[in-house]
Design a protein around this ligand. Sequence first.
Ligand code: PLP
Length: 462
Amino acid sequence: MTDLATAPANSPSDTDITDWDRDHNLHPWATTDSWRTDDYMRINTAKGIYVWDSTGKKFIDGPGGMWCVQIGYGRQDMADAIAKQVMEMPYASPWSSTSEPAAILARKIAEMTPGDLDTVFFTTGGSTAVDTALRTVQFYNNRLGRPEKKLIMAREKGYHGSTYLASSVTGKERFNTKYDNASDLVRFLPDVNPYGRPEGTTLDQWCDQKVADMEALIEREGADNIGAFIAEPILCSGGVIVPPPGYHKRTLDLCRKHDILYISDEVVTGFGRLGHWFASEEVFDIVPDMITCAKGLTSGYLPLGACIMSNALMKRMEDPTGEEVFYNGYTYTGHPVSCAAALKNIEIMEDEDILGHVQRVTPHFQDRLKAIGEKFDIVGDVRGMGLLGCIECRPDLPQDTFDAHLKFGAKLDMACEEMGLMLRPFGNMAVFSPPLIISKEEIDDMFDIMEAGLEKLSAEYN
Ligand code: PLP
């Protein structure tokens, strides 16, 4: 630990920053054995799809920040829009007032969403957007006089955030945590990943099985006890898992049949990742009751999330007496500066046709990904959609093939970092979701480095 009394107060050296970060700044997902020893890479500057660390080394930002930097880094127009709002009016209490950016952004989002999803509740990020959706399920069913209809169906390997409710519906790593969850509120459906399905099972049969899993759960628990299903269109943190074709539509139909709300968690897939503002309708042909979003909404320039609700849902929650209060909100709900950043982000995406660009470069991105799957023996599966990708190690390799501690994802990330590409390791997988502005040539640079990294790992293995 650095000595607080003697530490210099200003002009810190590089070593000071490293020491202070290690000693005082607790990072998400820090492992308890190393949280006093890990030295995190310090990113000093960023531009376009590139970031530079404190030694001046340049990297392609494979994860796009944290699946969020759609328009790329270092945009002067974003800085100007943010600065202008800060000087005009940096904060307005959402309880007693509104602001121009919040009202304009809410209307803009209502125009972009499918169907009658026209009401926007602004939050501070993705977890609070999910929390808001889940609390709305409770409010809704209590309002309708059916307090027992509260169970949430969620999925193994799903990720929905880190607040109490959002982490309770998170299927990923739920057995591996020392936190308590609201487990009495949640029921998990088995893994939907087509990779690893029993040999000889077609994708259609796999889809039938996954729909049957949901039918069985509804039968077991009783539709009168189930309030909602929450699902990412693609399970991103779970390893970019794309459910089998037809799955989204058929599970929505089941929910409709049993008066179960459908929450589509588009925190990653929203705002262009698959070449559309939202993936629910345009890609998967569903119009859910609620959509949650965050991340790409501001391209990560400022924190902001939203829970978007359908008119039908709002209508059913109305109380003619006006006595019911929707007790949900944050000091920073509809924060004017975050909303101004989101508006500028959307304007940039429209002016520069970033959705069209994603649609144009996606086939090349996915072709290069597929080629990796065919070329490397150590790779078990590659999968993705839009500008999302995942490389998974062959499961039958001995546990300690790469390093009992580091695992394949971390080893591949390390090999690629040496050559100037950052990836996001998840156990035996590495995932990537670069800024949406990435050019075809930059996609080639990215995949060339990944191939070189995989060659290095293959040589170690053989
Ligand atoms: N939902 C999904 C699908 C996510 O991927 C994430 C974060 O990665 C969240 C919710 C939580 O968002 P946040 O970290 O902004 O709270």
